[in-house]
Write a protein that binds this ligand. Structure first.
Ligand code: NDP
Ligand code: OXD
Length: 298
């Protein structure tokens, strides 16, 4: 709120309206708002999500029909690509194996494939997926990607639509998930999905990295795939239930790397000027940018 005030000094900003139907409120900035909190505001011109994902807003069926603007910010995109590159490289360079060897005082060198022999498949070729793809290409990985509609991206093998998923899984040695949570993508990473992964890769078996949304995966299916060898390792930033329950076997699984939905946290200092700029432009009658397609759900 302080960051926003700095960029909109003339505007009254309240933490939460005292009146549910306050006619003075024109814009709402939200993250996981309590259901119903926006529904009675009669003069809402736009709703700003404090995240790139908007499933938290659309989960509330009473959200009024105002445009929803999501975060597209260089700061957020760079943070996500850092996370993706970090996790891909750690799995690729056998981080967990060498950490275990260090703990045991073991000096064993393991065969290391070349980056150019490994394909990273990215599910979701949006703002985040495209940037991560470009950075992984720079390191030398082959990159494939999957989107809902057809995308042509230089240097990347692309697939799209329901039929393109199997093709993308069939070429991916390391799979990075950067999809939004929508009715179409919910529960995508289930037993059937994990059974369609490659059975052999230059690293041994496939690796899964999910930084999209926990609702995309069934935690239990990932555990089964790790335990029966369909998956070699997983890095998970998001979970079906967050915080990840204390009794989840994912916490203690030796092949799983857990982060607490921290892959790309939005920095208020970076977001505030973007929101302020959009509000000012909208007040001048200019169109909003990065408006969510409610029909598609992202
Ligand atoms: P975008 O909206 O820019 O991109 C979404 C991508 O997913 C697009 O390529 C889109 O296809 C594709 N997609 C959507 N639905 C389907 C489908 N049914 N089948 C195949 N592809 C589909 O989103 P961003 O890249 O900005 O962000 C992606 C997600 O990352 C966010 O929605 C959020 O959930 C998550 N996120 C997580 C963070 C974290 O800290 N863990 C931080 C920030 C975001 P098309 O190109 O055809 O539109
Ligand atoms: C986001 C997130 O969607 O932080 O931006 O998950």
């Amino acid at each position: 709120m302080r960051a926003l005030k700095e960029h909109l000094p003339e505007t009254e900003i309240v933490l939460r309206p005292e009146r549910a139907d306050d006619p003075a409120i024109r814009y709402a900035v939200v993250w996981k708002q309590p259901p119903g909190v926006l529904s009675e505001l009669p003069n809402l011109s736009a709703i700003f999500s404090l995240g790139a994902g908007v499933d938290h807003i659309l989960a509330d069926r009473t959200v009024p029909d105002a445009p929803i603007v999501r975060v597209v910010a260089e700061d957020l995109t760079s943070r996500m690509s850092e996370y993706v590159v970090w996790r891909v490289l750690d799995h690729f360079r056998k981080g967990s194996t060498y950490r275990a060897q260090q703990a045991a005082g073991l000096w064993n060198e393991h065969r290391q494939p070349a980056a150019g022999d490994v394909t990273v498949g990215i599910l979701g070729l949006g703002e985040l997926g495209r940037d991560a793809a470009a950075k992984l290409r720079t390191i030398g990985f082959k990159v494939a990607g999957w989107s809902r509609t057809e995308r042509r991206i230089e240097g990347i093998t692309t697939f799209h639509g329901a039929e393109g998923l199997a093709e993308c899984l069939a070429v991916s040695d390391i799979l990075v998930v950067l999809l939004p949570l929508t009715p179409q993508t919910r529960g995508l990473i289930d037993d059937d999905f994990l059974s369609r992964l490659k059975t052999e890769t230059p690293l041994g078996r496939p690796v899964l990295i999910n930084a999209g949304r926990g609702g995309l995966q069934l935690d239990s299916a990932i555990l089964r795939a790790l335990n029966d060898g369909r998956l070699m390792e997983a890095s998970l930033d998001v979970f079906e239930r967050e915080p990840l329950p204390r009794d989840s076997a994912l916490w203690r699984h030796p092949q799983v790397f857990v982060t607490p939905h921290a892959a790309a946290s939005s920095d208020p200092a970076a977001l505030a000027p973007l929101i302020a700029r959009q509000i000012a432009a909208h007040e001048r009658g200019e169109p909003l940018e990065n408006v969510v397609d409610r029909q598609a759900g992202y």
